[in-house]
Design a protein around this ligand. Structure first.
Ligand code: DGL
Length: 268
């Protein structure tokens, strides 16, 4: 594949909504010259309340069609829900390298002093065996408390459209962890949904300064940089964001995309 790689070939970042922008922010720091297509499955948002079968079918179908159309050099599933469910399946059907997003349990466990770690994700993510396995492998001897916070997905989407973040949603995400047995001892929280780092300031205020919030965005960006090391990049056409939903509705995100260096919006 690399033999025919054009310098314009993009990195495709895929998420149900705007969550992947938290990954794009880190990617711009390590690969500012890389052309990017940001794909948002707004017609399928939210993933967190869907079944495993729905998510797997949707994500592999869309990524197959997007890869044919845009010929990316690499696909990043910038969504924990989609990755923990469909990463294996997508890797089986696509030839392009795929980078997934997995909950940052390993670094959180290494950092936690109290041994009590919180994890915020979607309903679908927190019930995955993928998360059980990470817990068993990296948080052995620690306590991992999980809480589903679908309201944060909606709040992040609103915030990037210029809306006001509902403080009640932040408070209920915090209390969903704090009110579990031993929840008061949480000193590290894994943001296991790419939407949540977009609410970092609000969540930091909610948890207080003695809690560290960890997400995987920087690690994912570094992984993409490693996998594309030595490749030529040229951003000769403007980076684009595409949506599976209505373009008129996507326009509400124009200013947010522009802050991440994306000035063209289109419908997939
Ligand atoms: N951004 C997605 C994630 O990382 C989830 C949002 C959704 O529920 O669609 O899990």
């Amino acid at each position: 594949m690399e033999f025919n790689l054009s310098p314009e070939s993009p990195i495709l970042l895929f998420d149900s909504g705007v969550g992947g922008l938290s990954v794009l922010g880190e990617l711009r720091k390590v690969l500012p010259q890389a052309p990017v297509i940001y794909a948002s499955d707004q017609a399928g948002l939210p993933y967190g309340t869907k079944t495993e079968a729905q998510i797997a079918a949707r994500v592999s179908g869309l990524l197959g069609r997007m890869s044919e159309r845009y010929r990316p050099r690499l696909v990043c599933i910038a969504c924990n829900t989609a990755s923990t469910i469909a990463l294996g399946m997508v890797r089986e059907v696509l030839e392009v390298p795929i980078v997934g997003t997995v909950p940052a349990i390993k670094p959180a466990a290494a950092l936690s002093k109290s041994g009590v770690i919180g994890l915020l994700g979607t309903d679908a993510t927190i019930r995955q065996a993928y998360v059980d396995n990470l817990e068993r492998e990296f948080a052995n001897g620690k306590l991992l408390l999980r809480h589903a916070a679908p309201g944060l997905v909606e709040a992040a989407e609103m915030k990037l459209r210029g809306g006001v973040v509902d403080q009640g949603v932040i408070a209920s995400a915090v209390s969903g962890l704090r009110q579990q047995a031993q929840g008061e001892a949480i000193d590290t929280v894994v943001l296991a949904c790419t939407h949540f780092p977009l609410l970092r300031d609000e969540l930091e205020a909610g948890f207080g300064s003695d809690v560290t919030l960890i997400d995987g965005a920087e690690g994912i960006a570094n992984r993409i940089a490693d996998l594309t090391a030595g490749q030529e990049f040229s951003r000769s056409v403007p980076d684009m964001a595409i949506t599976t939903g209505a373009l008129a509705e996507f326009e509400g995100l124009r200013a947010a995309f522009s802050q991440y260096g994306i000035d063209a919006l289109d419908r997939f």
